[in-house]
Design a protein around this ligand. Sequence first.
Ligand code: IVH
Length: 675
Amino acid sequence: MPDHPAGDSASRAAHLRAEIERHNHAYYVLDAPTIPDAEYDRLFRELLDIEAAHPELRTPDSPTLRVGGAPLPEFRQVTHAVPMLSLNNAFSAEEAEAFDRRCREGLGKEHIDYACEPKYDGLAITLRYERGVFVQGATRGDGFTGEDVTQNLRTVRNIPLRLGGKDVPTLLEVRGEVLILRRDFERLNERQRERGEKEFANPRNAAAGSLRQLDPKVTARRPLRFFAYGVADPGAVLPAPTLHSGMMERLAGWGFPVAREREVVLGAKGLLDYYERIGAARRALPYDIDGVVYKVDRLADQDTLGHVSRAPRFAIAHKFPAEEALTTVEAIDVQVGRTGAITPVARLAPVFVGGVTVTNATLHNEDEVRRKDVRVGDTVIVRRAGDVIPEVVAVVPEKRPILAPEFVMPKACPVCGSAIERPEDEAIARCSGGLFCPAQRKQALLHFASRRAMDIEGLGEKLVDQLIDNAIVKTPADLYKLGILALANLERMAEKSASNLLAAIEKSRQTTLARFIYALGIRNVGEATAKDLARHFGALDALMAAGPDSLQQVPEVGPVVAASIARFFSERHNVEVIEQLRAAGVHWPEGEPAPRATAALAGKTFVLTGTLPTLTRDAARELIEARGGKVAGSVSKKTDYVVAGTEAGSKLSKAQELGVTILDEAQLIDLLEQA
Ligand code: IVH
């Protein structure tokens, strides 16, 4: 650090404070960053250094205070000069209209302009500025006395520490809410998770917990934000504002963050349109809101209307249906999805939330139930936002009954009774019922009929829905029992398409082992693996009898795939369906098991180039791989053989250059036939 004389340091520090706060404002209030982070950090460090060398230059508006000072033993009490009132609520359009009627009657006016704003779901606070410098911040408390959380509020990045703009009042008390933006909340919880710390149930709880930290350094690490919605005493501001909306503009001009969504509207219709608009935009807002607030815009009219008990007559909160509610868990069941995924579901005492009565909420998966530790009998927070599936957000631990056993995943599928399996390092447990499980039938049938499986043309989604829903088909084997009558009775099924479908089903009886294996829909067995299995075992019975160890002998089959295959065939229902399919005449040519790796080929690398006289490239590759060889795309020093046909190009010349052995098809076949 350059060693400034104290005077120079003072002016440099003042300059740095102003610069840093200007960048803060651009970043956190205007959402329009002005300098790169590294440059900001440099300015910040320089200011820290000056303050360390000259402690007398530390000011209460220094951005260095934003990282948090020393912990407090407790919060001091603050008496609010102007009480922090609450708002009356409206829960319906009628109640909002009644509010407008009361205001019109009270003011003797036909039409009233209203200033409308979102109702932030955060914590009310008040900020005191003397000569434009932030000096004290407090929570609402009981409305008359709150807690002094000045140190913590200094760490909130979008609260101005010193006001800018014109006509800064000598004394100003700004009212607003502290909250956490939804995206910051997600990140905060992610961080909590990574550190193995408890997650927060929602942004509001996280904001509340963060604001009430005695150690401001903790608060400084939490992404708190502030939004201003008014001043304690607009009468004390000069030149005197006439409108609340004008007051909000002034606040923005001094550097306070205000809602972008504020609007001035006319009359009850204006209010209700605003409510609809914000309601529709709710999910897209960066923060949680629980309604909108309507305020008579003209400040003189506000005074005329005055207050009743602890709420103003000139303003009202029009609430959205709550997205969260408390209820109790009556049972925890599991549901089977179309792919066999097992999802735990909480059965709830009916509760009205998000505008509907909710009786079920998803618990996502077993780990999630453990993490949230949801148990039967628990009181829980349920959330239903927009059209999303209701979910259990958190348990209220104090309300847990004494005997509340932990959740255990059932062993058997609730739909078909097959074993529930959860592969290691997977979050999702699944029903192993496959072809047999009704919950999975549609999916299984569509897959079975798909082009690369049994290739039954005309068996699409709509038809599968009807066949399963009307219990005409239960397993793929039933397809082969279908008659023209059963089909012709289905919706939108002309006789012609019925007979086409029957022909396609008939044709599919003759298939290949690889297609059949693929059609079974074994988890983790795609088309390529099905081919490998068919080639390796040659016959279905050999595959069905293979244990995980011998399955792993198949090239490319690892422990996970081997386990899924073994699991599939150990399920009696699956074996029964296969037997029925064979009995129905589904057949394929079976062969000898493929040769094992041979000494001549094991570990050798081949490159294929040009057109071979009889073998296609795929066929050559299969033969090579079946004997333990590898096929690579390009020639290098590691290549053992290049197999060249006609019109071989650069790969051949490269092989010649490197002295790699070159084979023609006949020589390749010789090699393949060696033991
Ligand atoms: S104006 C006289 N405007 O709602 C009270 N309040 O139910 C004037 N709130 O604790 C409040 N968003 O903290 C106002 N745009 C908004 C608001 C808002 C949230 C909170 C406020 C108060 C509570 C009253």
